[in-house]
Design a protein around this ligand. Structure first.
Ligand code: F3S
Length: 431
């Protein structure tokens, strides 16, 4: 791999052992990928903190040091090295649980203390403690063409597709190395040729609601897997999808398949036209999405839903926007969550404080629901005790929760989910 003089100096140890190990990791990783060089990045999004008993025990075994945890889990180094301050702007993603709700999430006070300690360590190194899978909602919004090193599939697909910035789906180790060096291998979605659409998805129906966009994303992910789709409609896309719609769409496509980049002709930045998205090449396949495909996708996502009684309603995958919290608050105001059901809504910490100030948290809590941050049920593996059936407005969460926890899942609109929370029953259906 070609290294610049600056990169060679880091590789040779000029900036200390942690940076040297980071460069060594990036060179090995890049060579395995076939990258010819590294690219500079000023924007890293990663899971940095530690929240599990395993990591706590690891820290204790190594004399309690958080540097040991970072060396092992973020630099792939069994030797503990002193971690210097991060070189580039780095955002911490979500992990583990909401430290404000330890009992609900089934964690001990000791683990909460370890969480806070780990968070202080990461903040001390310069990480932005955003604690969300949607960093683009709370201050990390890279510009078009900006090279990034991001983890978290739903954030990666949003970064590439909606913002037009460039990242592959990185891991804890490669991002750990990137935050110390400001470098990441130059391959995959950093390169123009890999960003062009390979599949056309021709819309024969209107796609409008958040649920519609989630269904379309799920359908596309299943059919194109890790390729790059472009959504097109001869009649025009109709109402331009907003942030919640694109957030749900990309998250669904990256769960049922491995989509890391998509285009919507006339909407997303690298697809002013269908031709631009395709880059002058013929598509490998043209898929048609109509009523039959939408219904089949709906039935597939709801395949585990059998029992009408719902014990748990989870909203906020990916983490809710303030607009979605506002909508949920309007839907539940004056109603009560059923005594046999719980309602948990997840959002970034910063948006929760906005919801607190706007009065939405109070409305949700007066109804018997809870607004949480930092995590979600798929990440934390936490659901209310006795949960057998959940209701969700996220195709991504409906894809994962039955597989992770063995529960049944109903997928529908936010209004159907709020109704399920208040009646304890699923009354939704394909409309
Ligand atoms: Fe975020 Fe959890 Fe969904 S991390 S994208 S809310 S699975």
């Amino acid at each position: 791999m070609h290294l610049s003089n600056e990169e060679k100096a880091m590789y040779d140890g000029r900036d200390g052992p942690a940076v040297q190990k980071a460069m060594d990791l990036l060179v090995r990783y890049g060579e395995a990928l076939g990258a010819e060089r590294l690219v500079e990045t000023r924007n890293v999004c990663a899971t940095i903190t530690s929240t599990t008993p395993f990591q706590r025990d690891f820290a204790l075994a190594k004399g309690g040091g958080m540097d040991a945890v970072f060396s092992e889990f973020s630099l792939d180094s069994q030797e503990t090295v002193e971690i210097p301050k991060f070189k580039v702007f780095t955002s911490h993603l979500q992990l583990g649980f909401d430290p404000g709700q330890p009992e609900r999430m089934g964690v001990s006070e000791e683990i909460v203390q370890f969480y806070h300690r780990s968070e202080r360590h990461a903040a001390g190194l310069g990480a932005q403690i955003m604690n969300t899978c949607t960093p683009y909602q709370v201050g990390n919004i890279p510009t078009r063409g900006e090279h990034c090193a991001w983890m978290e599939s739903s954030a990666v697909v949003y970064c590439n597709s909606v913002l037009g910035a460039r990242t592959n789906t990185e891991g804890r180790e490669s991002t750990g190395a990137a935050m110390l060096t400001g470098r990441i291998p130059y391959w995959g979605y950093h390169l123009d040729e890999n960003r062009r659409a390979t599949h056309v998805v021709e819309l024969d129906i209107e796609v409008e609601s958040v649920q519609d966009w989630g269904l379309l994303g799920y359908y596309i992910g299943e059919h194109v897997q890790e390729r790059v789709p472009v959504v097109h409609s001869k009649r025009g896309i109709g109402r331009v999808p907003n942030l919640p719609r694109l957030k749900h769409f990309g998250a669904a496509a990256s769960s049922s398949g491995g989509v890391e980049m998509y285009h919507i002709a006339g909407v997303t930045p690298e697809a002013l036209t269908l031709e631009q998205a395709l880059g002058g090449k013929a598509p490998l396949e043209v898929l048609r999405y109509g009523e039959a495909e939408r219904r089949a996708t709906y039935e597939k996502i709801n395949v585990t839903g059998k029992d009408a009684e719902v014990q748990y309603v989870m909203l906020g995958c990916p983490h809710y926007t303030i607009e979605q919290i506002w909508e949920a608050a309007q839907l539940i105001e004056g109603r009560k969550v059923h005594p046999d059901c719980e309602l948990w809504i997840f959002t970034p910490r910063a948006i929760k404080s906005l919801a607190d100030r706007n009065g939405y948290t109070r409305i949700i809590e007066e109804a018997g629901g809870i607004l949480m941050s930092d995590s979600c049920s798929a990440m934390s593996r936490a659901v209310p005790k006795g949960t057998r059936t959940v209701a969700l407005d996220s195709a991504k969460q409906a894809h994962y929760l039955p597989a992770i926890l063995g529960v049944q899942a109903w997928f529908g609109s936010t209004a159907e989910c709020i109704d399920a929370a208040c009646t304890g029953r699923w009354n939704g259906g394909y409309a």
